[in-house]
Design a protein around this ligand. Structure first.
Ligand SMILES: Cc1ncc(COP(=O)(O)O)c(C=O)c1O
Length: 202
């Protein structure tokens, strides 16, 4: 999703297969569209691919979830959409987490696929236009979702994906009866050793 034009557009278009299929499958399974659609945001292509399927459905609210990591101070998180300011990275302009000199700042997330100080330019636009809402989820909330989905559904989610699941669980608790489609962007097999060695079995 990152890079100068036309790379973000190319990636979004390739990834949109996921959103188009998710929309079709959701309609087939339930006869209606979800109220909310959510995915985690690193560079942004996985979320944009999903959102592309629903972007013209005005009644479907879109939510990108980014990492709040260990806290709100610069260096503790990778919450570009929440704390970033317009800046340049890798040849394109976007919301950027930068140090005092404007250089990309060090970032952190428990999910290695989300620790990037920039974000795709289309996400920056979608935030500014208000079509997508962005939320930040901490490492602890992510781990909680990781364990819960593993135990209750038998699905081990990637730590990246667990950010979206954590937000969906929180939002679902606060809004009973609402329907949420959450993107499981990857399997957690790659994370299971790291999680159990560092945080035990939950
Ligand atoms: C499993 C998984 N989900 C999501 C992401 C983030 O995707 P994107 O960079 O497209 O936002 C990554 C990135 O590496 C990933 O590995």
């Amino acid at each position: 999703m990152v890079g100068p034009h036309p790379f973000p557009k190319m990636v979004r278009n390739f990834q949109s297969v996921m959103g188009i299929e998710a929309r079709e499958q959701y309609l087939e399974m339930t006869g209606e569209l979800p109220d909310h659609v959510t995915a985690c945001v690193g560079g942004g292509s996985n979320a944009l691919g999903l959102f592309a399927g629903f972007i013209d459905d005005d009644d479907v609210q879109l939510h990108g979830v980014e990492p709040l990591g260990k806290g709100t101070e610069l260096g503790q998180h990778s919450a570009t959409m929440t704390f970033g300011k317009p800046g340049m990275i890798h040849g394109f302009k976007c919301l950027l987490l930068a140090d005092e000199e404007g250089n990309p700042a060090p970032v952190h997330s428990i999910a290695s696929g989300l620790d990037y100080p920039g974000v795709g330019p289309e996400h920056s636009h979608l935030k500014t236009s208000g079509r997508v809402n962005y939320h930040a989820i901490s490492d602890d909330e992510t781990l909680d979702a990781f364990y819960k989905i593993s135990r209750r559904e038998g699905i081990i989610p990637a730590l990246e994906s667990a950010h979206a699941i954590a937000w969906a669980m929180k939002f679902g608790r606060e809004n009973p009866g609402t329907t949420i489609l959450a993107n499981l962007s990857g399997r957690g097999d790659k994370d299971i050793d790291y999680v159990t060695e560092n945080f035990g079995h939950g």
